[in-house]
Write a protein that binds this ligand. Structure first.
Ligand code: SF4
Ligand code: SF4
Length: 448
């Protein structure tokens, strides 16, 4: 009897490629009525999902059909912004292969790809506060994850990742690279940085994080490498010292409520009022009831990068409060009152073009070309934790020769986790508690 899809996905190490890396074999065990393909490609400047939908639509839809069959869902809806004319044309044609598949054209706003926003936009359903789409019968799947499911069904593990290289690089592009490739190699493939002093962001300008250096590796969740001048506002906001931010908040917040008025989760009817959190935080009179609201924050960054006239960061303050609450084991307790969409929600959606202007990123290329070169780094560093759950446990030792696709890290026992596979042919040169390094044996074909 052939293995069940969730077992094939587990063996292949598939995780959510667009978010925090939730193990996909667990997600597909749910029973739902609808699967939404999240093709919103929400983060400004990131385009790898669009490129995948233009070039790998058949693989993505094979993955989607397998998920429909496995979860019992009656329909799969591919959701893409109408502005991506190439992907829209390709997908409108492609969904005709199965009458369970349809297409939904999204507006061009941020954050259209937030799961709560997407489910409401497409189906009119409201995901509970701090809840999951599964609670309203919906599984939201990332484009690349579906391609990886298609490959997993054929016995192929996750070894590569599509990503965008954007910002201050000579040739912005979309590439398919081995997981674990150092980001410095990838920037070199894009012709190198065009400014002397720069910082590298793993992900997009809104939710990405600044990397310590160019030796950091690509992971299964790296959707983009963004190179920006080190004095760019986007970088400054991300590297601000948390203590300095606390002091600023205490003295500068004018309680204008703009952060709440434009918060996408507040506009969906959630009990999240970032201005109240900021007031409580600033006056050091934060009550438990208000503090708990931070647990509802998606960290989308609208309040920090678009709404606040004083350049404060409710997002960062919420992240700090969330961390403290979670450390104490405090969870969100839903109320009894039904959630209601706020008035003016439609009018308060943030157009991506205006967001790009506000971020100071409008001059950068937002849909770079797909570069089909085969990327062969001389070395990969494979983190043992590239996903939500327990880190993988190494199953190789230093000195071993491995081939692309070999299992090198396994899920510990019955824990939530994901397997890790060799992404190049080579020799294992280091095994630590956090990562496995492989040096290539394909001498003469390194990255530039
Ligand atoms: S937008 Fe800024 S200044 Fe206004 S209430 Fe929010 S944090 Fe305070
Ligand atoms: S980051 Fe700000 S705007 Fe986004 S959900 Fe959190 S509080 Fe709302």
């Amino acid at each position: 009897m052939p293995a069940a899809l969730d077992e094939l996905i587990r063996k292949a190490g598939v995780v959510g490629a667009g978010g925090a890396g939730f193990p996909t074999h667990v997600k597909v065990q749910a029973k739902v009525d609808t699967v939404l393909v999240n093709g919103a490609s929400c983060e400004p400047l990131l385009a790898s999902d669009i490129v995948l939908m233009e070039h790998e639509a058949a693989s993505m839809l094979h993955g989607l059909v397998r998920v429909l069959d496995h979860t019992g869902a009656a329909r799969g809806i591919v959701c893409v912004k109408g502005k991506h004319r190439g992907a829209v044309a390709e997908l409108r044609r492609a969904v005709a292969v199965d009458d369970r598949l349809t297409f939904f054209e999204l507006g061009d706003f941020y954050p259209a790809g937030d799961e709560h926003v997407l489910v409401n936009e497409v189906l009119g359903r409201t995901v509970p506060e701090a809840g999951l789409p599964l609670q309203v019968g919906v599984l939201v799947a990332n484009v690349e994850s579906l391609c990886n499911i298609d490959r997993a069904a054929a016995g192929l593990p996750v070894t590569h990742r599509f990503l965008t290289v954007a910002g201050e690089v000579r040739t912005p592009l979309v590439l398919r690279v081995p997981v674990g490739t150092p980001v410095g190699d990838i920037i070199a493939l894009a012709g190198g940085a065009t400014v002397r002093a720069f910082r590298i962001i793993d992900g997009g300008p809104m939710m990405g994080r600044v990397l310590a250096d160019s030796d950091q590796p690509v992971t299964k969740t790296t959707s983009g490498i963004l190179v920006l001048p080190d004095d760019h506002n986007v970088v400054r906001a991300k590297v601000m010292d948390p203590e300095k931010l606390r002091r600023f908040t205490q003295t500068v917040c004018c309680q204008c409520t703009m952060c709440t008025d434009l918060c996408p989760r507040y506009l969906l009817g959630h009990s999240l009022h970032p201005h109240k959190l900021m007031r409580g935080f600033g006056t050091q009179l934060l009550t438990g009831e208000i503090a708990r609201e931070a647990l509802l924050c998606s960290e989308c960054g609208i309040c920090e990068k678009y709404a606040c006239p004083m350049l404060l960061s409710p997002r960062e303050i919420n992240a700090q409060i969330k961390q403290e609450l979670r450390a104490k084991g405090i969870r969100w307790q839903p109320g009894n009152a039904p959630m209601q969409l706020r008035a003016l929600r439609q009018e308060r959606k943030i157009p991506t073009s205006r967001l790009l202007e506000r971020l100071g990123l409008a001059a950068y290329h937002s849909h770079p070309a797909y570069d089909t070169r085969e990327v062969r780094p001389s070395r990969v560093i494979l983190r043992l934790q590239q996903h939500i759950g327990a880190p993988a446990v190494p199953v190789v030792a230093r000195g071993e020769i491995v081939t692309t696709g070999d299992l090198i890290g396994d899920i510990p026992g019955q824990a939530l986790g994901a397997r890790i596979h060799a992404s190049i042919d080579g020799r294992v040169t280091s095994v630590t508690e956090t990562a496995i390094t492989i040096e290539s044996t394909n001498r003469g074909l390194p990255c530039p």
